[in-house]
Write a protein of this length. Sequence first.
Length: 196
Amino acid sequence: MKTLKESDQKTAQRKAARERRDKVSRTARQSASLRILARARTFVRDKKIKRLALYLPIGSEVDTSTLLSALHADGIALSLPRTTLNGLDFHRFASGDEIHYGEYREPRPSAQAPRHEPQMIFAPLLAFDKTGGRLGWGGGYYDRALAARRRNAKAPVYVGLGFAAQQVERVPMEAHDQKLDIIITEKALIVTGKAP
């Protein structure tokens, strides 16, 4: 159960992280996103990943739309998340497929698209730390989805995509929070856990 202090820390850090990210100019975010995506694409190719889940951005998140098109052209089977009570389900998605919008206006695939279990999951973030701590929007969807999958020997690699400026000293972590295995920024690829 959350203590008030942990909850307050996360709330304050979320607000500060969102404000910090939103202050970066659109041009600077686009430039950094392209560098992140080039690094991510090279990583996926080098590790011979065949099934990948990623997200389409909300607001000032790293823009993955170019990466989606590039990985689709590379023959990678892609999926996008759909929120569920248990976290997230991943459904097949290809460049050009129709985008639907969920309860929080998050872009997602059709509910009729086939479900898909990825080898690697790219997740958005508000903040991260060098140990793999990730601060998201606060719904716990990625945490619940990953916790269920990490019980499996073939659990996917959990990768956060973010701007270097989103790194903080420490992300408050609770028992249910899932750490990132890898963080990709415009400046570095940081391995904190399981690597393929």
